[in-house]
Design a protein around this ligand. Structure first.
Ligand code: SF4
Length: 212
């Protein structure tokens, strides 16, 4: 269950009746850290009410911020393609982020992703913990280093431990792989192709564990 800490977090905003729609409504007004000033809107998680797998990314990107939906931008489209290849129906999963507002800095006319800091991640954590408590996934999958470190609360290295199923207090298993946006940022076409294959392989392994 969500815990209170001495720093300001979203814990005080959790609704008395914990349901996903009530959480989403409450999170829409969240000002527990300063990121609400940057983002257009809170981008809450979406998906099956009870899902065998919950995917957790770092934060919404530009398109997610504008649409209010998680994983709908270029990385989200690649994610959908990889899920399909791995035989995972996205509608049967739940998709969310460690931080629910888009953190960015201007570069010309563009808004460039900026990594959330530890305070922002801690402030937003009650929303994620409540989502996990309600959805009760068998596996929580961290997409990328920020999500992996936030979920493991420790120095977790995706480069070394990706694809491992680790027992956790959050869910029976926590697993980590890369964020699909890192595949899009690969320096050349061949690296992109190889990284995509490795990502699909991680998802296939996940599909086998979830079906057990
Ligand atoms: S990032 Fe999270 S804690 Fe910060 S304002 Fe948004 S919803 Fe609240």
């Amino acid at each position: 269950m969500p815990r209170k800490t001495s720093q300001k977090t979203a814990a005080d905003l959790l609704p008395k009746q914990l349901t996903l729609p009530a959480l989403k409504d409450a999170a829409a007004d969240c000002k527990a850290c300063d990121l609400w000033k940057l983002g257009t809107q809170t981008v809450f998680g979406e998906g099956a009410r009870r899902a065998g797998v919950m995917f957790v990314g770092e934060q919404p990107g530009n398109e997610e911020d504008l649409t209010g939906k998680p994983f709908v931008g270029p990385a989200g489209k690649l994610f959908d393609k990889a899920l399909e290849e791995a035989g995972i129906d996205r509608a049967q999963t739940y998709v969310t982020n460690v931080v629910k507002h888009f953190k960015w800095e201007p570069r010309g006319k563009r808004r460039i992703h900026k990594k959330p800091n530890a305070q922002e991640i801690a402030a937003c954590r009650p929303w994620l913990e409540a989502e996990i408590a309600l959805v009760k996934p068998k596996v929580v999958v961290a997409l990328g280093a920020t999500a992996a470190q936030a979920l493991h609360r420790a120095k977790f290295r995706v480069t070394k431990q990706r694809g491992e199923f680790i027992e956790s207090t959050l869910a029976p298993y926590v697993m980590a792989t890369v964020h699909p946006s890192s595949i899009l940022r690969a320096p050349d076409e061949e690296t992109r192709r190889l990284e995509y294959r490795r990502f699909v392989d991680d998802l296939k392994k996940l599909a086998r564990v979830v079906k057990k």
